[in-house]
Design a protein around this ligand. Structure first.
Ligand code: CDP
Ligand code: MG
Length: 669
């Protein structure tokens, strides 16, 4: 055993879950399903799969699902190190567009979405002996769908096994039964247990120290500003201890990060320094890693995080928590009586259960303090727990998957069923995309769409690209739009005009989609420069070029990975991913329109735009290259709701294309 592995073993042994490992393993062997509850940081996610592996009772792979890809990747790294093996061998991971695992992999961390995709090729998930559904309290759509699928699979794989074993352990080697473990950080476990036929519940005690909670006297209009003030109050009047601030998203985190650092530079000599560490899902892994590193002496670490730090990730050293009381939540907005709609991300007050989790982060290593930037009255009005995502988001992809398995989405068994309205709306969207026929049966096209790791509208656009011979172009654009990193960075107000001038040369007259493509082609040209270490095409040259244009270089890397995966998926269904239309780019926009006709708006007599399907008035976002221009019709990637409804990533369409689409749809129907 290497010194590092030995060190890690000592750490493992000090985790609260370690002492209970034998009874835990026994419970898992003796039951089809077990629910495990425990404080964040007690060792559930990293240790339970290792205990099971080390017990040698399970032949197949042990899967651990995570709602977030960053958690899946970092956990696999950690557990692989604890096992003393190379990542991708005994311990691996699989997330959308990225996988490190092999034939010898025994423990696999994967996103709940990835496991859902594996169902498509292996409907009984037979390579897995144990499936651990982690962070079950988050109740993401994919986790909930997984619950339904797992219950179905378990009924099939374990049939008859329990009935005749009265009290004795089920005979696990005879066939290939599936053991399910549900892990959750909150106490609302009875639901899970009831859903899985009264599965036993195990409790792991955490190390929780008392946390003193303070509320504000009054409502805080600007909670980011209030967080800044609170942070400096802590910094000036308290000794050692790191701070964790919960905010709603990347934009708030970046803005607070900036203001903290402006003040930090003005701190009096001799005062402790401040080191900020942002943490959000789209941040690259090596930057996220900073939060785990202890701060240097005389420095206070301040972690600025989204609700990703609520339970999925444990951060050492935190003594103070500042809770702004908000999080971004996906909601499905139904647009009209026809029942169609779309997902939007809105900043919403958190639930009581989240607020308690957040406060708990301050008491992991000793007594802590939590500053809630809202009144006690407001807290009392918070919901007990967040509404499960399945009841508030777009189900198109989920419904399509179920349809592929010939399962009626209205008769599936759910932990909490989705509303009839949203199921209907998804059926309509899928029908519009011709993924379903008028009887609601999945079409050949629908089956092809389900093969792509994309939302059905984008899969549809990609399939349509074949007709217009522009698959290469559509793959590139869809990759950018699917990437978590934004391609264009926001210049400072002083530099805005210069940057706009610099970027002018990429501008495509049809709008943002093809402008994105031009930027990519320009980048590839710089890259092809190939001038040695420092010359054109070098890493340095690329970096400079990106900086000069305020372009996020990371977006190219991420989109490039996605494009590769999509190309593979295309090849699998017999589409040549390299077919290019050159400069004849109309087909690119027509393909995009085919998939996202829902996001199409026509100009009105007064010069405003209205969505065709819902009649919703929309404005072109100021960041768009089409801002201020009047064109007959537009198609956009997303809507942003502020005081106005803005369309972002917009392209101009010719009205005849919309008529053409209608004819196409009628003909194929
Ligand atoms: O799942 P749970 O919250 O119960 O705990 P865990 O994720 O298994 O983490 C147990 C401990 O492992 C944490 O308290 C960290 O000290 C450590 N850990 C780490 O150092 N790095 C990681 N990527 C994950 C866990
Ligand atoms: Mg965990």
């Amino acid at each position: 055993m290497s010194q590092r592995t030995a060190e890690l073993l000592t750490q493992r042994k000090s985790l609260p879950i370690w002492s209970g490992r034998e009874s835990l393993v026994r419970a898992v062997i003796n039951n089809d399903t077990v629910v495990i509850l425990g404080e964040t940081g007690s060792g559930k996610t990293t240790q339970v799969p290792q205990f099971l592996l080390e017990s040698q009772n399970f032949k197949g792979v042990i899967a651990v699902t995570q709602p977030r890809r960053v958690a899946a990747i970092s956990l696999a790294g950690r557990v692989s190190a604890e096992q003393g093996t190379i990542l991708g061998e005994r311990v691996g991971y699989a997330v959308r567009f990225d996988e490190k695992s092999g034939p010898e992999t025994k423990i696999k961390y994967l996103t709940d979405g990835m496991l859902g995709r594996e169902l498509m090729s292996d409907s009984l998930l037979s390579r897995y002996s144990v499936i651990i559904v982690d962070e079950a309290h988050e109740r993401t759509l994919r986790t909930d769908l997984l619950f339904s699928a797992l219950k179905r699979i378990q009924r099939h794989r374990n049939s008859g096994k329990r009935a005749d074993t009265k009290g004795k352990a089920p005979e696990h080697d005879k066939e290939n039964p599936l053991t399910i473990i549900i892990m959750s950080a909150t106490l609302d476990a009875e639901r899970f247990s009831n859903f899985f036929n009264g599965a036993p519940m195990l409790y792991v005690k955490g190390r929780q120290h008392p946390v003193k909670v303070y509320y504000t006297e009054n409502y805080q209009e600007d909670y980011v500003e209030s967080a800044l003030r609170t942070l400096y109050q802590i910094h000036m009047s308290h000794g050692k201890g790191d701070v964790l601030v919960f905010l709603s998203g990347q934009d708030e985190i970046e803005s607070l990060n900036k203001s903290i650092n402006i003040y930090a530079d003005q701190m009096p000599e001799g005062k402790m320094k401040i080191l900020t560490c942002p943490l959000y899902a789209a941040l690259p892994q090596h930057k996220q890693h900073k939060i785990f590193i202890p701060a240097p002496p005389d420095t206070r670490k301040v972690v600025l995080a989204t609700n990703i730090a609520e339970t999925s990730i444990t951060i050492p050293g935190i003594k103070f928590v500042i809770d702004t009381g908000v999080a971004k939540e996906k909601s499905f907005v139904t647009q009209n009586h026809k029942g169609t709609g779309m997902d939007v991300l809105l900043v919403k007050p958190i639930s009581k259960s989240s607020a308690r989790q957040r406060a708990g982060r301050a008491g992991r290593e000793g007594p802590g303090v939590c500053f809630r930037l809202y009144t006690e009255e407001a807290f009392k009005n918070f919901r007990e727990a967040a509404t499960p995502e399945i009841q508030r988001c777009n189900l198109a992809s989920a419904v399509l998957t179920l349809k592929c398995f010939d399962i009626d989405p209205t008769s599936e068994e759910y932990l909490d069923p989705p509303s009839e309205e949203s199921v209907q709306s998804s059926l309509l969207i899928l029908y519009g995309l011709q993924a379903l026929d008028e009887k609601g049966k999945v079409t050949a096209l629908g089956k092809q769409m389900a093969n792509f790791p994309l939302d059905p509208p984008w899969a549809c656009a990609l399939l349509a690209s074949q007709e217009y011979s522009c698959t290469a172009e559509v793959i590139k654009i869809v990759s950018f739009l699917s990437s978590t990193s934004k391609l264009l960075m926001e210049p400072t107000s002083e530099e805005r005009d210069t940057v706009a001038d610099m970027r002018n040369k990429f501008r495509h007259s049809s709008g943002d989609h093809l402008t994105h493509l031009n930027i990519l082609h320009a980048y590839e040209e710089v890259k092809a420069g190939n001038g040695g270490l420092d010359g054109p095409g070098s890493k340095r040259a690329l970096k400079d070029w990106c900086q000069k244009h305020y372009i996020n270089e990371r977006a190219f890397a991420e989109a490039g990975d996605i494009a590769q995966q999509l190309a593979l998926a295309c090849r699998r269904v017999g589409i040549d991913p390299t077919t290019s239309c050159g400069d004849e780019t109309d087909g690119v926009l027509k393909s995009i329109l085919r998939g996202t006709f829902q996001n199409c708006a026509l100009i009105q007599q007064d010069g405003t735009y209205r969505q065709i399907v819902s009649r919703l008035p929309v404005k072109i976002h100021p960041s768009s290259t089409l801002f201020g221009r009047k064109v007959p019709a537009i198609v956009y990637d997303e809507l942003i709701f502020t005081n106005n409804t803005y369309a972002r990533t917009v392209s101009a369409l010719e009205q005849s294309w919309i008529a053409e689409l209608a004819i196409h749809n009628r003909r194929s129907a």
